[in-house]
Design a protein around this ligand. Structure first.
Ligand SMILES: [Zn+2]
Length: 97
């Protein structure tokens, strides 16, 4: 029997689109209530996670909507958004068209 290839898909909290998980950035709330951007790829941190596209539009939307705060059920420090923005800036270094 053929098995369809499984590609984990997650929803971006910024734009609401679904995308391959590997293309996204994970934000984790640790059991201690600390919110961190999980840049470890693969080596998973424990805790409740949320995903966002590493795109400045998505980060801006996320910041404005406070969806992340609701999703992780904790206040999100500004530093987390700043870190996401800098990740987006790095990844967005590819020239568009
Ligand atoms: Zn998005």
């Amino acid at each position: 029997m053929l098995r369809s290839r499984r590609r984990p898909i997650r929803t971006c909290l910024g734009c609401g689109q679904t995308r391959p998980k590997l293309d996204m950035v994970r934000i984790v709330r640790s059991p201690e209530g600390e919110v961190v951007v999980d840049t470890s790829r693969g080596a998973k941190r424990n805790g409740r996670g949320a995903y966002v596209d590493p795109r400045s539009e998505c980060i801006a939307a996320l910041r404005a909507s406070r969806r992340l705060s609701r999703e992780l059920e904790v206040e999100i420090p500004e530093a987390v958004y700043d870190e996401l923005s800098s990740i987006a800036a790095q990844r967005g270094a590819t020239p568009s068209r």
